[in-house]
Write a protein that binds this ligand. Structure first.
Ligand SMILES: Cc1ncc(COP(=O)(O)O)c(C=O)c1O
Length: 419
């Protein structure tokens, strides 16, 4: 039967089930900022935006040198051998050796996560995800029909996992536990003991861990451990990449590292290799520069980045602690701070979304509502913002809270009446 040329073509169920809550919010936000105030975006986890967190010259030189060679062709789908070797050396510890066979290079950490979820998940199985957590996990599970099950993080214990709650979510159909450490959105970094406790639960249930370690070593004070390094019996599939620690999210290079002491993941490795072959790997030019990047970027670059992030965290924490309607959580790492809204102290705001929308329209400050990470009543602020903008934003947030404060407005009204 002939179709009218105007017949709409329907999108597939896969596309219809693909939903990234961050993009949904950012792309469809209709609230207009206050035209009298510069728009301050403290919402996007891209350190390159403001020009105050730049990659080191060694990184640029490494790529520039490769540009002179012949990196024009396809690389092997799961990565160039010398790049995989360099990543393996970089992550090898005495307790946990890694070889190039354990490393798979991907198109960013998001692609690494997608491949891991595809390698273990199926429509009959569930994967445990953190709450609050990075929303892409749910996006990936959602369009593949893998059930997302959530375990709680406890803000009163530096966002440690509520292990009893995690246990209650596990069953014989759990394909993996996904953990993020250090965390987006929480800015938390687990202690070694807590990581060992998490491993104990995974071992009890015989479930592998997918560790999102894109913020590995981005811890302000104290040690930073990876699950692969600490695990003795639990198979770990770790995801990382250049995006955050090396400050180049746009270069789109990530990796998967398989830690499998007891050869439980042999079949999954084959699965990962096959899944890498779908798109013939990540950007060859940047992959080729990896050995030089990992060998030449000085330690001072990493520590200066952490010093700046820690300074921003302290600034935000100190300023926001002064606002009675807010309760900031001091981060230990990554690039984010979570702030609890004391909603019962704000007379005309009932949700984090309303807080964010009114803050944009009145003060032109954009924070992310944490409901998109699964946690109502909180907002997430990024730390990669220049100090003067952070101070300006804090002042505006303070003014906003004062203007919407039940208590402070009543007191002001009373004082005016008494005049
Ligand atoms: C926890 C977490 N995992 C993964 C990613 C994605 O990394 P990439 O840009 O390398 O895909 C992000 C990006 O913000 C993140 O915060």
């Amino acid at each position: 039967m002939p179709h009218s040329t105007a017949t709409p073509i329907r999108m597939s169920p896969c596309a219809a089930n693909t939903l990234n809550p961050i993009r949904k919010l950012v792309d469809h936000l209709v609230i207009k900022p206050n035209p009298d105030k510069e728009f301050l975006r403290l919402s996007i986890g891209d350190p390159s935006i403001f020009g105050n967190f730049n990659p080191p010259p060694e990184l640029i030189n490494a790529v520039a040198e490769q540009l002179q060679t012949s990196c024009y062709g396809y690389a092997p789908a799961h990565g160039l051998v010398n790049a995989r070797e360099a990543i393996a050396d970089y992550y090898t510890t005495d307790a946990s050796p890694v070889t190039f066979n354990d490393v798979f290079i991907t198109s960013g950490c998001s692609d690494a996560l997608r491949i891991c979820i595809d390698a273990v998940g199926s429509s009959e199985r569930n994967i445990l995800l953190p709450c609050p957590g990075f929303s892409v996990y749910q996006t990936i599970c959602g369009n593949r029909g893998v059930e997302s099950r959530f375990y709680n993080l406890d803000p009163d214990k530096d966002w440690e996992i509520d292990l009893d709650h995690m246990r209650s979510q596990l069953d014989e159909n759990t394909a993996a536990i996904l953990v993020t450490n250090p965390s987006n959105p929480c800015g938390s970094a687990f202690t070694k003991q807590h990581m060992l406790d998490i491993l104990k639960v995974a071992e009890e249930y015989g479930v592998p861990i997918i560790a999102d370690e894109i913020y590995h070593k981005m811890v302000f004070n104290g040690e930073s451990h990876s699950f692969g390094e600490l695990s003795r019996n639990v198979p770990i599939i770790s995801c990382g990449g250049l995006a955050k620690r090396w400050l180049v999210p746009g270069w789109r290079v990530g990796w998967i590292i398989v830690h499998d002491r007891h050869q439980q993941l042999s079949e999954v490795r084959t699965g990962i290799t096959r899944l890498c072959q779908v798109i013939i790997g990540s950007n060859t030019l940047i992959q080729a520069a990896i050995p030089q990047i990992l060998a030449t970027v000085p330690q001072s670059f990493y520590s200066e980045t952490l010093t700046k992030l820690n300074f921003a965290a302290n600034l935000l924490y100190t300023e926001l602690c002064e606002v009675p309607e807010l309760k900031p959580c001091m981060p230990q790492g990554a690039m984010y701070m979570m702030v609890k809204l004391q909603l019962d102290e704000l007379f005309d705001i009932e949700t984090d979304m309303e807080f964010v929308e009114k803050l944009i329209s009145e003060q032109s400050v954009f924070l992310l509502p944490a409901n998109i990470f699964g946690m109502d009543g909180w907002v997430r602020i990024v730390l990669t913002v220049p100090d003067d903008i952070l101070r300006d934003a804090c002042n505006r947030i303070a003014t906003f809270c004062q203007e919407h404060s039940t208590k402070r407005c009543t007191e002001k009204k009373k004082a005016i009446e008494e005049l």
